[in-house]
Design a protein around this ligand. Structure first.
Ligand SMILES: [Zn+2]
Length: 504
């Protein structure tokens, strides 16, 4: 029998605000000494009063808009009660009945990532978002032998919980969804979404059912996934394991699983528990949250164009490949830089696509190569000394024939090191191409006169030898000759040589 997997993803993303969700403590705690970013509010002291972090609400609305969600205009906070040592109040302030964002969707391009081979064609899938609400993070427990240590630095850090409908049908789709989500929150600048640092945490729930069935099978949950690849691998492993059991006539147990990265297997963490009863009730210390139309519109006006929309635009308007569009939009900083350079290079001459391809190539090869050699990742493109308009100036010099491509690469290296403009470098170092036809004709005539045997060979059809003659002429110009003009002049001179008496 063929089985189909049904996957829903619950993702928690820490918001990159200055202060915590309900107090003034510094929310950027990573690497800090334990329990140094705490106060009576986030330690849950009796009588301490929470205050809503406005920016965290804005960030959540931005995420909601990016996920095509409806935004609740009137919502409120609830206490989710449970007891665990990482939760000093004994409850978490969250949203249950009325999430801030609900009923959304995102489109994702699904590719087979495990193959390691780029697929130009992708399947576009729409994943529905059930809800995205705002809550506070818990503290962190570290277990060591007979002891457990608790660190409340993370307690009260703003956290978005994003829940999909069970729309995901493969490990690759889960990977594509999470990559897209990570990219969206990074584009919005609301979170680092770094899974290794716990800023983005994902718990897939999944079940298998006979293909074509509308019922749901027995659900398992997977935890401890700290990379996109781990999510993909764990789901792929579970699909295989459960298919094997079902085909052999066995049954799946409802369990919570962990992912053992080193061994590449899931391990049972907990057997089925009785359903949680969190006893939600309204938070009496906080007013309801009212989102005015004006506030919502102001947030909407600040929304950047997101990666997938840019990819589609680059392909449609510039004719770029899916690969180029994907590389250029992977980081918002790179996409913005590329678009600035193109805007500066563009002219009203109907050659936009050609210029876009030129800028795309230079960014992806030469600019990235120089950045890598200097220990910079693509996201740090705004730290380099070359401004987008300066790359445009360099490319214009190539287009106008002032310098050739190889010289331009050399000039860019200089620009990268010094921040100087291309034209200054070309002038200071005497790099301009020789394009004076009369001067080049003299050189070509000298080459023809000095190499009668090679000229005869070209006339006899040995086209390879033509390259030798071009090389000789280039050498005479110290590499600065305009190759296009030299080629043309050489052709003319060799054709004219037909009329001369053959030399012995
Ligand atoms: Zn605090």
């Amino acid at each position: 029998m063929e089985y189909e997997v049904v996957i829903g993803l619950e993702t928690h993303i820490e918001l990159d605000t200055d202060s915590k969700m309900f107090c003034a403590c510094d929310a950027r705690f990573f690497g800090a000494e334990p329990n140094t970013h705490v106060c009576p509010v986030c330690l849950g002291m009796p009588g301490a009063m929470p205050v809503i972090n406005k920016r965290a609400v804005e960030f959540t609305i931005m995420v909601g808009l990016a996920l095509n969600c409806s935004i609740a205009r009137h919502t409120f906070w609830e206490r989710k009660s449970y007891w665990y040592p990482d939760l000093p109040k004994g409850y978490q302030i969250s949203q249950y009945q009325r999430p801030l964002c609900y009923d959304g969707w995102i489109d994702v391009d699904v590719r087979d990532v495990a193959s390691g081979v780029w697929q130009e064609q992708a399947e576009r899938r729409r994943i529905r978002i059930r809800r995205a609400h705002l809550e506070e993070d818990t503290g962190k427990l570290t277990h060591a032998g007979a002891y457990s240590y608790v660190d409340y630095n993370r307690s009260g850090v703003p956290l978005i919980e994003i829940v999909t409908e069970p729309d995901i049908r493969s490990a690759d789709e889960a990977y594509a969804y999470l990559s897209a989500l990570q990219q969206i929150v990074r584009y919005l600048g609301v979170s680092s979404a770094d899974m290794e640092k716990g800023a983005m945490r994902c718990e897939p729930n999944m079940s298998l059912r006979p293909k074509g069935s509308q019922d749901f099978g027995v659900k398992v949950e997977i935890k401890n996934l700290n990379s996109l690849r781990a999510v993909r691998d764990a789901i792929a492993y579970e699909i295989e394991r459960q298919t094997r059991i079902l085909r052999a006539g066995g049954t799946i147990k409802q369990v919570t699983l962990g992912w053992d990265e080193a061994r590449g297997v899931t391990v049972v963490q907990r057997e089925k528990e009785s359903a949680h009863d969190y006893r939600y009730f309204p938070e009496p210390d906080l007013p309801p949250l009212e989102i005015s139309e004006a506030w919502l519109e102001a947030i909407r006006a600040r929304m950047p164009e997101l990666a997938l929309s840019r990819q589609d635009r680059y392909r449609r308007d510039y004719g770029l490949s899916a690969y180029d569009a994907s590389v250029l939009t992977a980081e918002r900083a790179v996409a913005d830089w590329f678009e600035s350079a193109l805007a500066a290079f563009a002219a009203d001459d109907g050659r936009l696509a050609q210029r876009a391809k030129t800028v795309a190539n230079w960014v992806q090869t030469e600019v990235f190569r120089l950045m890598k050699a200097n220990g910079l990742s693509p996201s740090q493109i705004n730290d380099i000394k070359v401004r987008p308009a300066q790359l445009a100036d360099l490319l214009r010099l190539v287009e106008q024939g002032t310098i050739n491509n190889n010289t331009a690469k050399f000039v860019l290296e200089d620009m990268f090191a010094t921040g100087a403009n291309a034209a200054e470098i070309v002038q200071a170092k005497g790099l301009a191409q020789m394009s004076d036809v009369e001067a080049l004709r003299q050189i070509v005539n000298q080459v023809i006169a000095a190499n009668p045997q090679q000229v005869a060979q070209v006339r006899a059809g040995q086209e390879k030898v033509f390259g030798f003659l071009v090389g000789q002429a280039m050498k005479a110009t110290k590499g600065k000759g305009n190759a296009q003009i030299i080629n043309q002049l050489l052709r003319e001179a060799i054709a004219a040589a037909d009329d001369l008496p053959a030399q012995g």
